[in-house]
Design a protein around this ligand. Sequence first.
Ligand SMILES: [Zn+2]
Length: 270
Amino acid sequence: MVLNIFLIILTIILGLCVGSFLNVVIYRLPKNMSIAKPKSHCINCDYQLEWYDNIPVLSYIILGGKCRKCKTKISPRYIVVELLNAILWFVALMLNTNLIFASIQSNYIMLIVYFVVISTLICVAFCDFENMEIPDEFQIILLIAGIISMMFGDVNSKVFGFILGGGFFALFAGLYYLIKRREGLGFGDIKLMAVLGLILGFENTLITIILSALSGAMVLSVLAIINRKKNKEERSKEYPFAVFIVPSAILAMFVGDIIVNWYLSLFMIV
Ligand SMILES: [Zn+2]
């Protein structure tokens, strides 16, 4: 019990600190800036952040979301990413250590793989949203995570997940291009779905594809209605599809087994 509480607190604190680091990665990696140097500074006045300006969540709240020196507003993305990373790490810990569900076996190597996958996916979603691009560094980290996860899961399911994820999106992108004569899904989305297939396995990849397609279709049709009065250029602009893939994949990773069992149970009632 004491160990559990210690593990939970440690996970949340580490989750917040890593979340703080992810903010640096999300800002600097797409701009090809070094992640290690220089120290974090204000984009407006160049004020170098001291250690007490860098405490996750707390510094943001104490400073009221503004730079200590010039009072320029700091993007709420900083606190959102920190909290999101800590919350998702906490959920992964609870699911993976039998603290809530007994269905998932404790495996600390897989728990660390889940942590890495969650943090990488947060970066993928925010980079795609802000820059319409998924840096290859993230795809490589996810690929390595997928290969490690093959040691602990059903290898066949993972290989089929890889083929299904990459294949389905490649097919969709190809058909879309043939019909509409413009790019609907980027190559980054196809690669992302393939490596996620390796991590998630066949069934959870299927769930991810369905959830991301449904949520994407819903949000994009609402946007299309809002934008229908705007000019053609505005209407045909690209959308960051990884923003829909990432939450779907995390949901499938967490509760995919429960969704599959529930769906199968529908057919077993006589
Ligand atoms: Zn400033």
